[in-house]
Design a protein around this ligand. Structure first.
Ligand SMILES: Cc1ncc(COP(=O)(O)O)c(C=O)c1O
Length: 460
């Protein structure tokens, strides 16, 4: 096959997929948010055994669009309110296409100079937008789960090294004990990370929380220099932010490590209107947030930030003779993976696309939409169970709380919007999260109408 022929194959597949991607985005606002039963039948076409012969790339793209596009959940649209999901900003959608052609490995300066450069710039911008210490390390990982993994590995290294133990070489068997203090409302993925790191979850000393799920500072136990304190900026249900500044002040007195899981809530710091909610968070030791939630990058993009870059390096660095010529600390030395995508470019593209003002306005817009949703729900007779301080609304219908899943199913089945059930303060409820750059106040009204209709259908 000639070089020209190979080039033509890639060119037509990329051109065709761009056409389909545009077609998809054009219908996004009108399509069902989740596929219908009929649409789901289109997936049967993929049930085949491993084909002996390959298929033309163009036909594959066509197959994906015809049978795959109708079976997506419209998370890139304006009425997907589940799981704190953002859309994909135009610059990211565009840069991803180029990145597919580039096929870069973001391992070192040498494997991809452009990735290394843009990840370095994006790191500076991240520290700038959050006003975090300039010497902090920034790692672009797959999500907050892996971001927590990186930061807690660094914390584990630091706390044990101070006790004379090198966890990377000596492992955990027989190591000195550290203490892990975590909010009763800690996200389940943080517990998973503790398990992955061999620290385990039995060690957790649970911290009492207030009615909105934020750590109660008055009930903080006595701290010491063996403590790893796990705080949260943005409770996944209520959006509440722990009093991180006050906790960090106590921790500093004894040399404890404070970590912030800010999967979405860290972005409050980027808004003049909301930053007071997260006051003092910059005094913590490590922070994690997602790009794919409130910054609206595509999946999967998480950001691990650590004041003590050396601790991250000590827990993540790798060497091999064929990487010996690296000129500086590389991505492979600050994150778990060796081969990795150029995902920091998504963060760079999103920040370049929005600018500081654009990020702030996105945060403020979504928070305003959450407030409108809360007041619309109250007008319909729902109880809003959380203080709507950020982008999260948790609500239930008092007289039919035990059937709240039926209401949610009815709205989801209508295809008008998507949100899920939850439990909050021992009450069955649903949760609506606002984090998309495409969501408008009209989307809020459309969703309220769908909820009203579902409620009437159920005879409530
Ligand atoms: C507070 C919190 N922590 C951690 C996570 C996990 O993030 P990811 O799915 O990006 O790994 C989430 C996701 O919703 C979250 O809200």
């Amino acid at each position: 096959m000639s070089v020209q022929h190979k080039l033509n194959l890639s060119k037509t597949a990329i051109a065709r997929s761009s056409e389909y991607a545009i077609e998809y985005l054009e219908q996004l606002d009108r399509m069902r948010v989740s596929p219908s039963v009929e649409q789901a039948k289109l997936l049967d076409v993929f049930d085949e055994s491993m084909p002996p012969q390959g298929m033309d790339a163009n036909e594959i793209v066509q197959l994906l669009h015809k049978h795959g596009s109708p079976n997506t959940v419209a998370t890139a649209g304006g009425r997907y309110f589940g799981l704190v999901v953002g859309g994909s900003l135009p610059a990211c959608a565009g840069s991803r296409t180029l990145m597919a052609a580039w096929d870069q490995i973001g391992t070192t300066h040498f494997t991809s100079p452009i990735t290394s450069k843009l990840e370095s710039v994006a790191s500076d911008w991240i520290l700038d937008i959050f006003s975090l210490p300039k010497q902090s390390s920034v790692g672009f990982v797959t999500g907050t789960t892996m971001g927590n993994f990186v930061c807690l590995a660094a914390a584990r290294h630091f706390l044990l090294a101070r006790l004379g133990w090198n966890v990377e070489t000596q492992g955990l068997m027989g190591c000195p004990l550290i203490r892990v203090l975590a909010s009763k409302e800690v996200h389940f993925t943080v517990k998973k990370v503790l398990a992955l790191l061999g620290i385990g979850t039995n060690i957790i000393e649970p911290l009492e929380v207030d009615d909105d799920g934020a750590i109660d500072i008055d009930k903080l136990p006595t701290l010491d220099d063996r403590c790893l304190i796990l705080t949260q900026a943005g409770n996944v249900n209520s959006g509440a932010i722990d009093p991180i500044g006050a906790i960090a002040a106590e921790a500093k007195k004894v040399g404890a490590w404070v970590h912030v899981d800010g999967a979405f809530g860290l972005w409050a710091a980027a808004s003049e209107k909301k930053k007071k909610l997260i006051q003092g968070f910059e005094c913590a030791d490590s922070w994690v947030t997602d790009g794919h939630k409130w910054l609206n990058t595509p999946y999967d993009c998480g950001i691990a930030i650590c004041r003590n870059a050396e601790a991250v390096h000590n827990s993540m660095s790798t060497t091999a003779p064929y990487f010996a010529a690296a000129v500086d600390i590389d991505a492979k030395d600050m994150m778990p993976e060796l081969s990795r995508s150029a995902r920091g470019i998504d963060i760079w593209a999103a920040l370049k696309n929005l600018g500081k003002d654009g990020v702030a306005s996105l945060i403020d817009r979504n928070c305003e939409q959450a407030n409108r949703m809360a007041s619309g729900l109250k007008d319909l007779g729902f109880d809003v169970l959380n203080a709507v301080v950020l982008n999260q609304v948790v609500a239930t219908f008092p007289s039919h709380e035990d059937q709240i899943d039926k209401l949610v199913k009815s709205v989801v089945d209508s295809g008008e919007a998507w949100f899920g059930v939850t439990e909050w303060q021992s009450r069955s409820a649903f949760r609506i999260s606002f984090s998309s750059w495409v969501t408008t106040l009209d989307d809020v009204e459309t969703t309220l109408k769908a909820i009203k209709k579902a409620k009437q259908k159920l005879g409530w």
